[in-house]
Write a protein that binds this ligand. Structure first.
Ligand code: PLP
Length: 490
């Protein structure tokens, strides 16, 4: 139970004159604020900051930090998001003085260590992708998509080809069509297929000389590997189009196969998903892109290049000759890129492959157990995640995917992604990740079983134990109230 001292906004806890610090007695002459170079408004009406004791402040923020679930406190099987454990060692390394305190305006000759790290990261990401040219600029997966689509536009414009369409399957993540529309393309969605994979015939019919890019996530958002991906790629290449691999699901294929090897021409990474940048609540992220050599000149810059000076390796920043421009200030979200770099260096190539093998094993273990309770359409085997359907439970017992998701919170599990992808009714998209133990997966299964044995009326009211129960999600998305306003009290 929480009392309102624990959940009230800090402004409402304020008491005039209360202080968190005791300042020494003033021993310098008093000066009128308005005599200083302060804005008049600051001097005459300072911002209404809350006044609290140190204890109140500490309790307020510590309590706030416990209101939500996070990977450090709970199992977080949020499909598509790869919420895996973020090793604390990389936090420490990213904060080392010579790294964390480097000013982004430092001179190139004074930043050689950092530039070497970023250069090596470019090289590693190029190798893992099988696509050699890398830009670390984009700040998130979605921005990587946008950057790559601008690269494609610039490439086709250079070739005097007018291509106006971007095609994607119906299971595509919402950012794919959003990025394509923002980059000025017309969006063509393929009809849903019966087996959850791209329908090769439908794709053939949908693409032509107007098609610029086919965007595909592999493994796709149902957790299925697009086994026809090589054929799919040649269909695109035959009409002169490009294949974009949405790399959000790289957690399933690291060191096993590479987008460049199965026909992709461009891709993004989500460093905050695959390579353990801590994420949630909208950021920060990093969405580097990797492309084939013939697209390298269009990449957003600067990128790090390696030369030689006095017989020693020397790193410089350069902007590709036909660059689409910047996506981000400075060199991208370096703080997140660093965590990705340390993760890659810690694991090495053998370790990376094991990441994916364990992610696949965990997902298949949990899928096989949960299939006792809920069907998993189209999956006799999955990659790193799977999508179960609560449709039967809804029809027979009135229990929806949302009810189960909400009730899981009462039992100390973060909910899986629900109602995505749209092609599965009452979808529950579950991604256990490689960092969970068999005990956790078993406990999750047992909880699921317990929940669906409960009365549906009770489940409609869940969660019972969280500080906010069922928010109005539509209003929260459409009319967000993002700042606190004083309520006038008489
Ligand atoms: C997360 C995700 C994205 C978008 O990435 P952000 O880093 O959140 O912008 C795109 N596609 C898929 C399949 C994703 O799961």
């Amino acid at each position: 139970m929480r009392n309102n001292l624990a959940t009230a906004p800090i402004f409402e806890l304020s008491k005039k004159g209360r202080r968190a610090a005791t300042l020494p007695k003033c021993d310098v002459p008093t000066v009128e604020l308005s005599d200083l170079l302060l804005e008049d408004v600051l001097a005459t009406s300072p911002p209404p900051l809350p006044e609290l004791s140190e204890g109140d402040v500490v309790r307020h923020f510590v309590n706030l930090s416990t209101l939500n679930m996070c990977v450090d406190t709970h199992f977080y099987p949020l499909g598509s998001c790869t919420m895996k454990y973020n090793p604390k060692r990389h936090e420490r390394l990213a904060r080392l003085h010579g790294i964390g305190d480097l000013h982004p305006y430092s001179r190139v000759e004074d930043s050689q260590g950092m530039l070497q790290i970023l250069y090596e990261l470019q090289e590693m990401l190029g190798e893992i992708a099988g696509l050699p040219a890398v830009s670390l600029q984009p700040a998130a997966g979605a921005q990587g998509e946008l950057a790559a689509l601008h690269v494609a536009s610039a490439y086709f414009a250079d070739r005097k080809e007018s291509r106006t369409k971007v095609v994607f399957p119906s299971s595509a993540h919402g950012t794919n069509p959003a990025s394509a529309a923002l980059a000025g393309f017309e969006c063509i969605q393929l009809p849903p297929s019966s087996n959850g994979l791209v329908d090769v015939e439908a794709l053939k019919n949908a693409v032509d000389e107007q098609t610029a890019v086919f965007m595909v996530t592999n493994p796709n958002t149902l957790g299925l590997f697009e086994k026809d991906i090589a054929k799919i790629s040649s269909i695109l290449h035959d009409v002169g189009g490009l294949v974009y691999i949405d790399g959000a699901n790289m957690n399933a294929i690291l060191g096993i196969t590479r987008p460049g090897d199965f026909g992709g021409d461009m891709m993004h990474y989500n460093v905050h998903k695959t390579f353990t940048g801590p994420h949630g609540a909208g950021g920060p992220g990093a969405g580097p892109i990797a492309v084939r050599s013939f697209l390298a000149d269009y990449l957003p810059g600067p990128i790090v290049t390696k030369t030689e000076k006095d017989g020693q390796p020397y790193f410089e920043l350069s902007v590709p000759p036909k660059s689409i421009g910047r996506m981000r200030s400075f060199f991208g979200n370096v703080g997140i890129l660093l965590r990705g770099y340390f993760y890659l260096r810690t694991l090495g190539s053998d370790g990376l492959r094991k990441v994916s093998e364990h992610a696949i094993l965990n997902a298949n273990y949990l899928r096989t157990r949960l299939e006792e309770l809920m069907p998993v359409p189209n999956a006799d085997r999955c990659m790193h995640e799977f999508v179960a359907s609560a449709k039967k439970l809804k029809d027979e017992k009135g229990i929806t995917a949302m009810d189960i998701a909400k009730r899981l919170l009462d039992y100390g599990f973060h909910a899986p992604t629900v109602y995505f992808p749209l092609v599965v009714p009452e979808a529950m998209m579950i991604e256990p990740t490689e960092t969970e133990s068999k005990e956790t997966l078993d406990a999750f299964f047992e909880t699921f079983k317990q929940i669906i044995s409960e009365e549906s009326e009770r489940l409609h009211e869940a969660p019972e134990s969280t500080s906010i129960r069922r928010p109005d999600e539509v209003s929260a998305a459409r009319n967000p109230v993002l700042s606190w306003t004083a309520c006038v009290k008489d």
